[in-house]
Design a protein around this ligand. Sequence first.
Ligand SMILES: [Zn+2]
Length: 371
Amino acid sequence: MQKKIHPLISPSLGTERTLTSFHYGPAGGQKVYVQSSLHADELPGMLAAWELRRKLGALEAAGKLRGEIVVVPVPNPIGLNQHVLGQMIGRFEANTATNFNRNFYDLAALVIPRIESRLTGDAKENLRAVRESMREALDAQTPRTELESQRLALQRLSYDADIVLDLHCDFEGAMHVYTNPELWADVEPLARYLDAKASLLALNSIGNPFDEIHSFCWSELRARFGSRFPIPNGSISVTVELRGQADVSYAHAEHDSQAIVEYLTQRGLIEGTPAHMPPLAFPATPLAGTEPLVAPISGVLVFRTPAGIWIEKGQEIADIVDPLTDRVETVRAGTAGVLYARHRTRFATAGMEVARIAGATPLRGGSLLSA
Ligand SMILES: [Zn+2]
């Protein structure tokens, strides 16, 4: 194992932060990149990454690693140190209200102007040429802020990984994953090992979140040049939502890190026989088919269903109770599907999203991500 330190731009006098990456296995062949808690207040992944590192250390010592596996357990030290009146603010940078998982460097936009003359009839060569072009483009960037330098440092570690796993969680939720529909066949085994209750597919949900900038680039290059040059999928990139923010336990971390080990064994990056793959709980659905359920009035939010179960259309999901007028409004499902996420707060403001259902029929367009 090799440990590397990556300094970020000092944001103000007397303050300097760094990223730490842990590198297991032999470099130069297949590569996996795993990061956790990019939204800093989503801690289940950080514990799972720690467990994963222990497993990788043992596998490396036993000579079982066939590729390089990079783990960044703390990819957002900026967010980890943002506290306001006793509350941690880990999703947005306090100074700019920027979501920490948006606006990554758009690899497609960076590569497209410089790649055409380097493409050939050989898919493997094209994979290498595109990655080289990504590296050159990232090397040419000049970050100005601490946050930009954090994004760039992460992308320089991840751009050439064959598999990218970004470990997040919801407010409250069931295990679910987001990925590119063109990658679903490659991601399904991971969803099965993790026991995902929802698998949400989107090519480009707009906003340049971390997982999409890795996968969308290859889809975009294929759309531009695919009729003339063979362009493979260079990155199996997945956002994994490890349940809810309070679901931090050794049992979950053990299950989730072992699921990643089984997946990497199934992909041939770890020597051995992968465990039996459990069935997928529910079929994958389009991200555009997810239904946000909204509180029609303000009041106390009382859930009537847990996360992670199948919901029929019209089923009662939550009540909003107004104690001043005695009005009680029931929020019902407008679509059938798995209720995969719920809000953490129990006070609803009018129009607030309180839960989400993974429906099978596309309902929405435009940007598919929440704030
Ligand atoms: Zn997140």
